[in-house]
Ligand binder design. Structure first.
Ligand SMILES: [Cu+2]
Length: 199
């Protein structure tokens, strides 16, 4: 268990930084320890809803990893179940990758996404893989054509903007990045073994 914690600390860019946080729209809740729990990082009931525009929406995250592959799912309804999230995962609303730690603004335009309509309750799920394990955050929203309370000033990037790998519901192709992730894990494991033996 100690080894696992060490591995997490090594894989995150700084032990003091969380894996990642969803900073906007408001997350259902954040617990660094529970973030690996599907579907919403340990928070299983819908919380306060943020107005989210159908056109030109975004998700603002802060990443503790230097790079990550990210999948975004949209689930409809007032309080979706774990099974609802699983079935929504078959047609992600967006797949992106980021190459910088810190602030990233993930574009999410749902204007042509299946089922997205004005005045619809939905939950946006982020599945983030920075190399340790998939990490989950959710935001409960109401999708609207006009979203006057959606704060567009929250969108900011440190370094390069995220790149979309497959927008609009196409399944992500992650084969290449999975290989490099395993490379990172192996490197961390070797490093840990070296530390353990040095002690
Ligand atoms: Cu992490």
């Amino acid at each position: 268990m100690k080894i696992l914690q060490l591995a997490t600390a090594l894989l995150c860019s700084s032990a003091a930084m969380a894996h990642y946080t969803l900073d906007y729209p408001t997350s259902r809740g954040f617990s660094d320890d529970n973030e690996p729990q599907a579907p919403c990082g340990g928070f299983n009931s819908a919380a306060n809803r943020t107005q989210f525009p159908l056109t030109k929406g975004f998700l603002q995250i802060k990443s503790g990893h230097v790079s990550a592959d990210i999948k975004v799912n949209v689930v409809y309804g007032n309080n979706p179940t774990a099974a609802d999230f699983t079935s929504a995962g078959a047609t992600p609303a967006s797949s992106l990758s980021i190459k910088n730690p810190g602030d990233s603004c993930l574009p999410l335009d749902l204007s042509t996404f299946k089922g997205a309509a004005d005045n619809t309750n939905a939950t946006i799920q982020i599945i983030y893989n920075g190399g340790d394990s998939p990490l989950y955050q959710c935001a409960d929203v109401i999708l609207v054509s006009s979203a006057p309370t959606f704060d567009t000033s929250k969108c900011k990037n440190v370094g390069a903007a995220p790149s979309a790998t497959s927008p609009g519901g196409t399944a992500p192709t992650n084969a290449g990045s999975l290989v490099s992730m395993n490379g990172v894990k192996t490197a961390a494991a070797v490093l840990i073994l070296a530390v353990v033996f040095a002690l």
